[in-house]
Design a protein around this ligand. Sequence first.
Ligand code: ZN
Length: 190
Amino acid sequence: MPLIVSKLLLSFATVVGAPILYTIVFLILERRMNDVAALIIATAIVGPMSVIAWVALWRNNIIWTRRRSLRTVLALVASFALSGLAVPVATWFNYAGRNRSGVSEVGIVVGGMLFFLLWLVSSILAWQETKEERRCRLSASSRGDLPCPNCEYNLTGLREATCPECGTQYTIDELVASLADADIASKLHD
Ligand SMILES: [Zn+2]
């Protein structure tokens, strides 16, 4: 299975798995404490885990410039701030007309889900390749360089089809196919 396919499958597992894990952690904690406390702790555990899993999954595919690192931090902070604001708003709607104080379970769940969605969308936007980066990448491959399909490390001159940078092993036909793909893409682009 090509690496990108397994990464896409793992991404799908992360997107589906995070809410499932959240529910499991909540159900375990809820036996020992009240629902609000259990939801807060479940969010504090699963939230950072899903951020770390997402970055770990895609970091080798991202061209880490200073600008892009900064955007990633901004995406994280903005997702956190906006979803934090959603908690009192959702609580207010939830408690409307009733005389209750504190945050509601609905407020925390809405905040948690919103954080996850905002982070996924904003990180994807922050990590997108610019036109210039794409042009450089494609022209490098058409110049006879052989970039690693996973991390773009230049594999030219190596005697084996294992990338020294990311460790991915290829067969010769996979590398030839990746060059052909880049060539077609650059022709379409021109
Ligand atoms: Zn590599």
